[in-house]
Design a protein around this ligand. Sequence first.
Ligand SMILES: Nc1nc2c(ncn2[C@@H]2O[C@H](COP(=O)(O)OP(=O)(O)O)[C@@H](O)[C@H]2O)c(=O)[nH]1
Ligand SMILES: [Mg+2]
Length: 314
Amino acid sequence: MEQLIRKALDGDPRSIARLISIVESDSPYAENIMKTIYPRSGRAHFIGITGSPGAGKSTLVDKIIREFKERGKSVGVVAVDPSSPFTGGAILGDRLRMQSHALDPDVFIRSMGSRGSLGGLSHATYEAALILDACGKDVVLIETVGVGQSEVDIVKIADTVCLVLVPGMGDDIQIMKAGIMEIADVFVVNKADRDGADKIVREVNVMLDLMGERSWRPPIHKTMAEKGEGVGDAVIALAEHRSYLQKTEEGRKRKWRRLELEVEEIMRREISRVVENSWNERKTVELLNGLAERTLDPYSVAGELLDRVFSREA
Ligand SMILES: Nc1nc2c(ncn2[C@@H]2O[C@H](COP(=O)(O)OP(=O)(O)O)[C@@H](O)[C@H]2O)c(=O)[nH]1
Ligand SMILES: [Mg+2]
């Protein structure tokens, strides 16, 4: 294991892939891997790419990789694929759309299943990004499924959130979707070869006006991801947002909030695990019997179980 981690930290793609698989499988080694990796992380720019399915996120990621590479940056990608509800397997499409980098040792692309939870980002998504960071990637792109919670959750992981919109896809709905406008740091209006791109740009501008004065006004970039047009300017905007975060109080706060969330996420998982385990304990069964007979109430039972959780080893 130690050797595997060392090779990954040296940038060996196969070792990186193995580490991510181990973490993704919830193996008992995962915690140790993350503990060893963590001090080496914290350098990469995490960029979330979100937007409705079919908006062109994967196509765009492929071109964003190229732009960053031209600027001398190494890039890692974590693409969260929609899992098939039947097989749980990840769809290969995203890999195909990014295949122009398949043989490039400086680019690491990883697809992950979204594990049934509707578009949810699993903790493995974040951990994979941290591994890529520790293993020397300058930029980590995280492509979400673009439905449900993952769209909003990306803000918990990414330094910079890029929201991809397209003409002719129920524009108003895309834009008005609760909470989405607020988390976007850079807007991309993709498929600008189609009619209606300028209309979306205007609508987003109106929305941004309504949201009032902010020290970072998210820029809006039109792209044609298939041809790669406009992507260079969008990438400049992504990099500028990062510089902005590094210089400002808002950036400092956001970083702090992310540290809190990292710990919170692990605490929640640990508490869930303890709660789950407690159902089989004799003491719990006794307490639940008390409930059934109405000699106890659920508040007292929960209180007693929580006391046990918090006095655990410690
Ligand atoms: N017309 C047009 N089609 C595009 C453009 N960018 C991507 N597409 C197409 O849109 C479809 C969905 O793209 P994909 O990258 O898989 O979208 P994702 O689901 O958001 O990752 C594919 O058929 C792409 O070839 C573009 O700029 N113009
Ligand atoms: Mg995709």
